[in-house]
Design a binder for this molecule. Structure first.
Ligand code: SF4
Length: 360
């Protein structure tokens, strides 16, 4: 078993069963993750302290701006984490660790006299159980380099700029091995359909998942008006509804693909789904500015209503003009200068997010 599969195995032991049609979609997020890992690995291996991000972005077909942002966060975090571990610690990057039960490649392993530290870069936008994975790497590293008084697992969430740290001793890793052995006995006996199914390679042929999704669809469709959703029902169905939403998105993508490839899709009601093409003009800001001010008498105030300024574009331009290591500071300074000149206004909006803890 791969160490990266351990979180899913922890959530649902039967995810380790073999299957005939493994689900393994290619995704943009996976390409970005590979590109970020490569850039950070090159930075950590002294041979390439300054990787060419534009080359890596082209190689992996990912957005250079996003790659640069995640790389900068990872590099700054690495500088601090390296100091914490002590300069005498051995640094192993992309270290293959083999075990009898599970194996994997750890992003970074720092081996000191008194501590082993494992660092795992995460570039995804969804946070999940990463602790099981770093414990797996620490357990393998302990066997490879010998026991230490303490072990530290660090998950670097690059999208959020957050560091999640876990400290362990030998007894914690021993308990981890015991839990692993217990879960092995549940393969084929215990199924836990839920968020773990999202990345499970068995999802195309798992009857437990199918029944779970059918039950979710029924539970959501059953109440005939929103007042019938009690708080308990809303809470119980929230994550499940998200899973169903993802299935609906996949269904809509499949419809679009079919229509594009076949020119349309006939519906049982006698109608047909077709694709219509529309055009919308975009205006070059410099030409627009010139024409409207010189030929149509637009004032600066009029132009301010016509043009909009975006944070992302400002950051991108400053990032392109600034040396590495100073980008974040210069970007923040430019935005602060605009605020100080009364050039910013705050627009409030709300969206639903999940946070830790309960109100009760
Ligand atoms: S699809 Fe879901 S329920 Fe089925 S084995 Fe995978 S994680 Fe478990």
């Amino acid at each position: 078993m791969r160490v990266s599969a351990l979180p899913m195995f922890w959530a649902c032991p039967s995810s380790a069963l073999d299957c005939e049609h493994p689900y393994s979609p290619e995704s943009d997020a996976a390409a970005l993750g590979t590109a970020v890992h490569k850039a950070l690995q090159m930075m950590i291996n002294e041979a390439s302290p300054d990787p060419s991000l534009s080359v890596i972005a082209v190689e992996h077909d990912v957005d250079l701006e996003e790659l640069s942002r995640l790389y900068d966060i990872g590099r700054d975090a690495w500088t601090n984490l390296r100091l914490h571990a002590g300069l005498d610690a051995e640094v192993h990057s992309e270290l293959r660790l083999e075990g009898e039960a599970f194996s994997g490649t750890a992003d970074i392993v720092l081996v000191g006299q008194d501590e082993i530290v494992v660092i795992d870069w995460k570039s995804g936008r969804l946070r999940g159980d990463a602790e099981t994975q770093v414990m797996g790497y620490l357990d393998l590293a302990r066997k490879r380099f010998g026991p230490r008084p303490s072990y530290r697992g660090i998950v670097m969430w690059l999208q959020f700029g957050d560091i999640e740290a876990h400290d362990y001793e030998d007894e914690n890793l021993d308990a981890f091995e015991e839990t692993y052995a217990r879960k092995l006995e549940n393969i084929g006996k215990a199924y836990a359909p839920g968020v773990a199914c999202r990345y499970c390679r068995r999802q195309l042929e798992c009857s437990a998942r199918r029944e779970f999704m059918q039950a979710t669809a029924l539970a959501i469709a059953e109440p005939t008006c929103k007042k019938l959703f009690t708080p308990d029902l809303l809470a119980a169905l929230y994550d499940r509804a998200k899973m169903l939403e993802k299935c609906l998105d996949q269904f809509k993508d499949a419809v679009s693909l079919h229509v594009q490839e076949n020119g349309g899709l006939d519906l049982p009601n006698g109608k047909r789904i077709v694709e219509r093409h529309y055009q919308r003009e975009q205006y070059d800001p410099r030409t627009t500015w010139q024409v409207l001010t010189q030929q149509h008498g637009f004032t600066q105030e009029d132009m301010a209503q016509v043009l909009s300024v975006g944070t992302t574009a400002i950051k991108r331009i400053i990032g392109a003009k600034t040396d590495k290591g100073q980008k974040v500071e210069k970007q923040a300074q430019a935005l602060q200068d605009i605020r100080d000149a009364n050039g910013a206004r705050t627009i409030s909006y709300s969206k639903l997010i999940q946070v830790k803890g309960s109100n009760s």
